[in-house]
Design a protein around this ligand. Sequence first.
Ligand SMILES: Cc1ncc(COP(=O)(O)O)c(C=O)c1O
Length: 405
Amino acid sequence: MNITSNLVMSRYWLEDPILMIPGPSELHPRVKEVLNGRFYPHYGHEWGEIYSGIEEAVKKIFKTKNETIIMPTPGSLGLELGVVNVANRGEKVVALTNGFFGDRLAEIASYCGTGVVTVSAPPGYVVSVESLEETLDKHPDAAALLVVQNESATGVINPISQYLRVAKKHGLLTVVDAVSSFGGAELDVDGWGVDVCVGYPNKCLSGIPGAAPVSISSEVWERVEKGIVSPFSWFTNLRVWRWYRANWASHGHPYPTTINTYAYLALRVAAEVAIEEGLEKRYERHRRIAAAFRAAVKKMGLGLLSRNEAYASPTITAIELPPQLRTHIEELVRKMLTDYGIMISRGIAATEDTTIRIGHMGVTASPRYLIPTISALTETVRSLGYPTSSAGEAIDAFYETLRSQ
Ligand SMILES: Cc1ncc(COP(=O)(O)O)c(C=O)c1O
């Protein structure tokens, strides 16, 4: 056993670990090239044209004609911008939550001074459309619905198109966190009526962090311009973003501050790669690979945290460990890294001690990355005393499912 460990530890292969965590994911080779390329200042005519092209590319992934901005920030600040531009302090918002990132969205709204009503489901489950309906009937004064599309903490994809239909029927504005599904799962901002949608490049696009695409509906822009909503902030205030677009776009600087242009160039290439693949084909690839991986996990005798496979995430699988492996969870994750050079994650929050999470997003949604992961996982689990299948049996299950779809 120590032989493999020593080989990896000595960096015999001169390779970095493979990132099978739920983001950041492995970089696409074309993204890496950008990082060695020319540095652009964040303004000027040439840059301005490049920047507009990036907005056009991300609109295709959002499937929207909405005006879109790209914030030089983590995804969470995009979500904060969403919240403060759909509801004033003291107004009520409804947040759907079935895991850490849903709770995070509710927390952001609470810190921003809105009154948050949460509708929750336990980890592994989705909130039912009926309970959303009931809550909205009880709170006719709610201004907005906040929801995560792909709950990275539990490996569950939420039926957001259904939630949004209900929200629209009740006249609510909507904020969607699409951070871990952007470019990996179907998104239809205009068709579903998403008012603010936040994507991110370092997960399903195999890009780097630092540029957060945010699409904003004309209704939200208008309400902020008319002062119906007045955020108590500067950087996340859409009035400020509008001002810079109106007054500085001709200098190639239609945003308020300095940005890291490498992050934006990386986003451009990552988005182009996704569009070249074909978005529908790309979503199908993620769906099929995820189903095949789940079949391998089940063959190993392990369970899924997602209680209903119809809602299992196409980009992240959360594996619920049997009790005898839970006490070894830290060792399991460490061994995957030190013995096999594969980085995976533990659960977060309520499921931190019971689950491990594996991302299959962007370039890693492929047998090239999942076969070594399955093989290493079976060996690791066996070394910790759990009677799992052989790696070969799990890989057979993976391919059988892949072929049968
Ligand atoms: C679903 C989801 N939302 C939000 C975030 C937070 O993104 P950031 O760390 O870029 O703010 C993450 C990060 O993993 C995520 O998976």
